[in-house]
Write a protein that binds this ligand. Sequence first.
Ligand code: CA
Length: 229
Amino acid sequence: MKDNRILIIEDEESICDILSYALRKEGYTVKYSNTGSKGVLLIETFNPDLIILDIMLPDTNGFNICKDVNRKYRLPIIMLTARNDIVDKVLGLELGADDYITKPFDIRELTARVKTILRRIGQSSDSTLKNIIYIDENIYINTNSRTVYKDEEEIKLKPKEYDLLLYFSLNKDRVFTREELLDKVWDFNYEGDLRTVDVHVQRIRKKLDYTSSSIIETVFGIGYKMGRG
Ligand code: CA
């Protein structure tokens, strides 16, 4: 196995101790932080492959970190929830956590989940992972090669179709007007009319073989948005 690095952000010292002991025994390099702010710094300096993240932290809550990590780094996250709280779980998963585990947890179960996630991402190797953006569970973008895959098959997009899809995927849940999209995705001085946006959206939907209500959604009277897949 590669030397995978795991970052634990958790304020309970005893949990950090148990977890890092168990994970080091499995061959992982482990660091932990008892606060959210130090944890965020460690993401930069320690460059982890996976984060185990507590929700209730002294200086912030794990959801904020999760949202941030998912936006900037797209690292896999396992959330630790204190209670068997379905709201926490759903919120965590919506914010981009890959998995959650309820405290008190079985340490073997947690290490098994860590292994599963790292194996899954290991197939694309960690250097390319950061260049992969998931649109939903079947479709992803490889920003290195500017390619789009659906069910592991490459979908050929024209450059502007690709740019538009990428722009939406980096701004999920945000509604854009056609004017904004023309401005952001096309050249600033592009003289095209607003129909250009519609045509591109339709082509993307068609190529990805999705109905008009999904992938890039029409927000009636305003424009378009991409929901969380
Ligand atoms: Ca806590």
